[in-house]
Design a protein around this ligand. Structure first.
Ligand SMILES: [Zn+2]
Length: 479
């Protein structure tokens, strides 16, 4: 019990000292921020915000969830570059339920946006960023400088000096297809593996882009996962601890906080809950590998390359059913995702809120992602005859432009500082599309084995190449 009391005392001290450090000039809403109105996060939460935050910290500490790093140094380059007007314009695409406002206060007299770790009560500082009244013309991200320089490239090498990252989605081959479920099998037994299609597209696109002068990075070149962890053996504990932190705004977590004050009884209530048991169980192995470790490995491969743009390649399905079948009624559309559409439960960690802020406070990059995505949707429409999807494929999306949606996907969130477009190129279980993609006659060696590709896939790679060219041309010649 004494350990419990010490922790609680320490948390209380942090809260108290933070309160003293704040000036009294912070307000809820401000001119230009009328949409910043209070919202109720959880109907199940009967505790005061202070008490709920305290109990959350207690639980995370009891389970041994590591303390997070300070966000402030990672946001320094975004000081005094973003305007309230631009925030107002972009915010509805980034924040689906107006949740971020629960963590921030905006000082109208100084233009300082202060973010806090404790929602609603806002006493424990997280980070603060200075906004600016008028656009800062001296702010130019590296990718934009290189795009501008590319406008002077020789005609036959229009992409010289540019770095392009391509992430072929998923993994391929039978073992991985069974684990990910990302494959389609026709009634005749023909199989298309999404992870092979994405890799083939990436390899074809790479050779097109390299021929035009670009330096290209592929996050994977084999059918295997990018993460070096062994799927069946890796230790789940660190992933479980992060999962627990990421779950802290979920209804079940908030409801459990009501059980008792910080102490043994509360800790035991969490330990014995079905949800917490599941988080620490082998049931989560697949999710932790495919949706956490492997995606993080892709981010870690791409970010150090400092790409000027990143394309994440996927193929969509509709009504494939439990048999992973072709869709008899047929549906084929194209769409692209940009960062945003955070759900109310997706602000749980300092890291989540830092990534959110990085997208919100960079006045250039998010717009460039939308522009890149629009170029892709346009070229796929023009060259493959596929129309922009009117649906984002999930309620947790918001349409930004025809066929372009914001969505809080791992790679979109974590690759920052340069445009990223996450493509659902087409629906590969549409019967006509399935037939075209299955008509594969061109040899391609992957992992030493021939995996032939279709004319259709070559057309897609050409459309993506032309989208990159269109985007580079537009960006080198702004306005
Ligand atoms: Zn996919």
């Amino acid at each position: 019990m004494s350990r419990t009391r010490n922790i609680t005392n320490r948390i209380l001290k942090v809260v108290a000292s933070s309160v003293l450090a704040l000036s009294g000039n912070l307000v809820w809403a401000a001119p230009g921020f009328s949409e910043f109105e209070p919202v109720v996060l959880n109907a199940t939460q009967a505790l005061s915000p202070d008490e709920a935050f305290l109990r959350t910290l207690f639980i995370l500490e009891q389970f041994g969830v590591p303390t997070e790093i300070d966000s402030q140094p990672l946001l320094e380059e975004l000081q005094a570059v973003q305007t309230p007007e631009e925030i107002k314009r972009v915010l509805p695409f980034l924040d689906l339920q107006k949740t971020f406002q629960r963590y921030v206060l905006f000082d109208t007299s100084t233009g300082l946006m202060s973010a806090f770790q404790d929602p609603q009560s806002r006493k424990v500082p997280d980070f603060s960023v200075q906004l600016t009244d008028s656009p800062n013309s001296s702010f130019e991200p590296e990718f934009q400088k290189r795009l501008r320089a590319a406008a002077h490239n020789p005609k036959e090498r229009p992409l010289a000096g540019l770095r392009i990252a391509i992430d072929p989605g998923h993994m391929g081959g039978n073992t991985w297809d069974q684990r990910t479920g990302k494959f389609i099998r026709s009634a005749k037994g023909q199989v298309l593996s999404e992870g092979i299609l994405t890799l083939q597209t990436a390899l074809l696109l790479e050779s097109e882009l390299v021929a035009l002068g670009a330096e290209v990075l592929l996050s994977r070149r084999t059918l295997n996962a990018v993460s070096p962890l062994e799927f069946t053996k890796f230790d789940l504990r660190d992933f479980a601890l992060e999962e627990l932190r990421e779950s802290s705004l979920q209804d079940w977590f908030q409801a459990l906080l009501n059980k008792a004050p910080a102490g043994e009884t509360l800790y035991r209530a969490f330990q014995s809950s079905r949800e917490v048991k599941q988080i620490f169980s082998d049931f989560m192995r697949s999710k932790y590998f495919i949706n956490r470790a492997d995606l993080m490995a892709r981010v870690n491969a791409i970010q150090p390359f400092s790409p000027d743009l990143t394309l994440i390649i996927h193929f969509d399905t509709l009504n494939s059913g439990p048999s992973n079948g072709v869709n008899p009624s047929g549906y084929n559309r194209t769409k692209a995702y940009v960062s945003g559409a955070f759900e109310k439960t997706e602000f749980a960690s300092r890291e989540d809120r830092r990534y959110f802020a990085q997208h919100l406070l960079d006045p250039v990059t998010w717009n460039a992602s939308v522009q890149l995505s629009s170029a892709v949707v346009t070229q796929i429409g023009r060259q493959l005859g596929i129309r922009p999807d009117a649906s984002g494929g999930s309620p947790s999306t918001r349409q930004v432009a025809p066929g372009v949606f914001s969505r809080n996907l791992h790679l979109n969130r974590k690759i920052t500082g340069a445009p990223v477009s996450y493509l659902e190129c087409l629906f590969y279980n549409d019967p006509t599309e399935f037939a075209a993609l299955s008509n594969a006659k061109h040899p391609m060696r992957i992992d030493g084995v021939n995996h032939p590709y279709s004319d259709r896939l070559a057309s897609l790679a050409n459309a993506l190449r032309d989208a990159v060219l269109e985007f580079v041309r537009q960006s080198g010649d702004p306005r």
